[in-house]
Design a protein. Structure first.
Length: 296
């Protein structure tokens, strides 16, 4: 505890003693991250618009790395000055070309990592205000887009012939999926490829398993049960003797924010409605075999 308290006190003292940080260039100086003219995947930090006398003295200076770092230092993954306490700046090469001071990191920048350049104009040769403000510029290469790997692994019922009054589908995925707006990514199309209007029971409480790898998708029961108004007004979602395709869009994102690897389609034909109770059709052993597949 004493060690932690001592570190906090030291860090606070350093923060109070340090000059304020600003991202606005001072004295006409411009600090920016610049892509290499030849290799556009390589970046350096440049301080331009140095006056001629300062640039000349910097070019002639025989400074060691620590002396250069007092003027211009670059940190990887740091957010503020206080976070740099005890963290060494990046290694690299300093040079002066014309009116520009340039720092080239020894190693290439990593995509997705935040970098911060801190420049102290008050420590330039001949500076009149050694305690002036810092100039800070942050930079971050876009993270590499990871390849899509999540796919629809199964749809149940898996048969190619389904009863006209099938009530629900179970859609299984190879990895956890994201929640929300699921009905934007699931479509039922007829044999002409035209979408069936509102075939599913769209509910706010999406029916996922705890692992977010299996979705229970209900067909609108109002379009299945006989004598119910939606069935009488718009007809059934599925009609005996016709063929349909259940389509899962590729742009549905998994839990990591990546789109599915590929879209998925299940084509099936529709047979006569099943009006019998399943408990009469199957014995206990058959129901036991199906239960984990359907409800687990």
């Amino acid at each position: 505890m004493l060690l932690v308290a001592g570190f906090i006190v030291m860090a606070a003292a350093l923060a109070q003693a340090a000059s304020p940080i600003t991202t606005t260039p001072q004295q006409g100086l411009v600090v920016r991250w610049q892509a290499d003219r030849v290799d556009t995947d390589t970046f350096a930090i440049e301080v331009s618009e140095l006056d001629a006398a300062t640039a000349r003295e910097l070019k002639q200076a025989n400074w060691n790395p620590k002396e250069w770092q007092r003027v211009l230092s670059v940190y990887a993954g740091q957010g503020d000055l206080l976070a740099d306490v005890g963290v060494p700046p990046m290694l690299g090469t300093y040079s002066v070309e014309g009116s520009t001071l340039r720092f080239e990191p020894r190693f290439p920048l990593e995509p997705g990592v935040k970098y911060r350049a801190t420049f102290n104009p008050g420590l330039l040769p001949g500076a009149r205000n050694p305690s002036g403000k810092f100039i800070v510029e942050t930079f971050q290469l876009p993270a590499r887009s990871a390849p899509s790997t999540t796919v629809v692994s199964q749809i149940y019922p898996s048969a190619n012939l389904l009863p006209e009054n099938v009530l629900k589908f179970y859609v299984g995925f190879s990895a956890p999926m994201s929640r929300g707006h699921i009905y934007d990514h699931i479509h039922l199309r007829n044999e002409a490829g035209q979408p069936i209007e509102l075939p599913f029971l769209e509910i706010d409480e999406e029916l996922w398993n705890p692992e977010m790898t299996r979705l229970t998708l209900f067909l609108d029961p109002g379009r299945i049960k006989r004598g119910v108004r939606p069935l009488e007004e718009v007809g059934p979602a599925l009609e005996q003797g016709k063929r349909y395709t259940l389509v899962i869009d590729r742009n549905w994102k998994d839990a990591a924010g990546r789109a599915l690897k590929t879209s998925f389609e299940k084509a099936f034909a529709v047979g006569p409605p099943d009006r019998e109770r399943r408990t009469r059709r199957f014995g206990k052993s058959e129901r036991r075999r199906l239960a984990p597949r359907i409800h687990s």
